[in-house]
Ligand binder design. Structure first.
Ligand SMILES: NC(=O)c1ccc[n+]([C@@H]2O[C@H](COP(=O)([O-])OP(=O)(O)OC[C@H]3O[C@@H](n4cnc5c(N)ncnc54)[C@H](O)[C@@H]3O)[C@@H](O)[C@H]2O)c1
Ligand SMILES: N[C@H](C(=O)O)[C@H](O)COP(=O)(O)O
Length: 333
């Protein structure tokens, strides 16, 4: 039997815990693979009650999670200050939120769980709690490095055949040009190419690269990043045998007849990549981290405080994230 997935509970004031509980309540209908939830059992019990869900929750060890799953939601419970207060984030819950991610990652690294699925975190609350990483993606690279040199993590959002990757991730716009280097583009595309082949089974990925400036710089007249950095990076990647084209003007790259020619679009910054995919597939797209030794997926949405505790949030993106983590690792342990 396949090992369970590891799910981190995410921000307790947000919708992540609700969606996990709701999906578990209908686990047979949703055809959920067994998973182990890393969070806080008492809090989850209170949130389940608030949502009117009659499910059983069992504090357990990771090793027992697979066996428990059919009858009770297996939770590796992390102690800490936490209450059922939808919409009210607090830095005090940071210890549980961060601990859940750390322990879930450890369970995947040691091979007790197959892959990691993360529920959304509220980044600002964690920064107040002393969290030093911009988001999960960068934190996972840190945890996977275990003291050695960190690999560049790659954030891909995917929905069916549309896949997008920003080279710079959680970077303020003013810092994007200085962080866009030939090396950052080459490393991102190389990691994406490797994982699309290895994990997604795409034999020879077709990769398109966007420019940074309007009209991809109009031959160097509206910005020089395309001629000085992006173009040379593409040449280097093509020389290495990777099927990559660009830089293309970003405004027309997401016209369906254009993007459909490619397996992945490499964008230069966060919103250039995420606006198109969240516009066409917000309820179903999945955030998947590439470039790391573990598989991690996540829904594409955030904590949606206004919906927390109401039961009105859509479970579709989280379900898609669980399914993707399952498909990418099934039969591989
Ligand atoms: N994977 C993650 O950890 C992750 C991802 C994105 C955002 N965030 C964090 O979430 C917080 C809030 O971010 P935001 O407001 O930009 O984005 P958001 O995704 O939380 O909300 C944006 C809009 O979409 C709606 N929405 C979100 N999820 C929904 C769902 N499942 N069903 C129905 N409607 C839904 C919200 O009500 C809101 O109107 C921020 O702190 C951000 O950093 C975390
Ligand atoms: N950048 C993501 C988004 O907007 O959907 C989100 O912040 C999640 O990032 P991490 O997975 O790195 O937390």
């Amino acid at each position: 039997m396949d090992k369970p997935l590891a799910i981190s509970m995410g921000e307790p004031a947000g919708i992540g815990p609700d969606l996990i509980l709701q999906l578990y309540e209908n686990r047979a209908k949703n055809e959920l693979p067994p998973f182990c939830l890393f969070g806080n059992a008492e809090f989850l019990q209170a949130r389940a009650k608030r949502l009117g869900l009659g499910l059983n929750i069992a504090s357990t060890s990771v090793a027992e999670a697979g066996k428990t799953f059919a009858d009770a939601l297996p939770v590796v419970s992390i102690a800490g200050l936490i209450s059922d207060s939808p919409g009210k984030a607090s830095a005090l819950t940071g210890k549980v939120v961060i601990g859940a991610i750390e322990q879930a990652v450890a369970a995947v690294q040691t091979g007790t769980c197959r892959a990691l699925v993360t529920a959304p975190i509220h980044k600002a609350a964690l920064y107040h709690a002393g969290f030093k990483h911009p988001g999960h993606t960068e934190f996972l690279a840190y945890l996977c490095a275990k003291g050695s040199k960190e690999r560049r993590p790659v954030m891909m959002l995917a929905h069916n055949d549309l896949r997008v990757i920003p080279v710079t991730i959680h970077t303020p716009i003013k810092d994007v040009p200085s962080q866009l280097t030939r090396a950052s583009i080459v490393e991102t595309v190389t990691a994406a190419h490797y994982d699309l082949r290895l994990r997604f089974g795409i034999g020879q990925p077709r990769i398109a690269v966007a420019g940074l400036n309007p009209h991809a710089g109009e031959s160097g007249n509206i910005g020089s990043e395309e001629t000085d950095i992006i173009g040379p990076a593409i040449d280097q990647l093509r020389y290495a045998g990777i099927n990559v084209e660009g830089p293309f003007p970003a405004d027309t790259l997401f016209y369906p007849r254009h993007w459909r020619r490619y397996d992945v679009i490499i964008a230069m910054y966060h919103d250039q990549a995420l606006i198109p995919i969240k516009t066409v597939a917000f309820e179903e797209a999945v955030n998947v981290t590439l470039g790391l030794p573990i598989v991690r997926t996540s829904p594409d949405h955030g904590t949606a405080f206004e919906l927390a505790g109401t039961g009105r949030g859509s479970t579709r993106s989280l379900l898609a994230a669980i399914r993707m983590a399952d498909e990418l690792t099934r039969g591989r342990d």
